[in-house]
Design a protein. Structure first.
Length: 79
């Protein structure tokens, strides 16, 4: 259910399942040195795969954060 919320709300409003711009920039910075030792095609393919991994990690982070927030909210209500 949480992943459905992520897909229906976050992905539609903020990038369609792609990693955030900040995450893409961070990946580019981390790979800058590697790009010098790889040809352009393999570098871009590697970067694309890392972006897919980052998108999956952002979705998992959303789900964990949502669960944590819900537990915290429930604890506050129970007093």
């Amino acid at each position: 259910m949480i992943r459905e919320l992520y897909n229906n709300i976050v992905c539609k409003d903020f990038g369609g399942g792609k990693p955030s711009r900040e995450m893409q920039e961070e990946i580019s910075l981390l790979l800058k040195e590697m790009g010098e030792s790889m040809d352009g095609f393999h570098y871009e393919k590697y970067k694309d795969n890392l972006c897919l991994i980052a998108a999956a990690a952002e979705e998992a982070g959303f789900a964990k954060g949502f669960q944590y927030a819900f537990r915290l909210f429930a604890e506050c209500i129970q007093g």
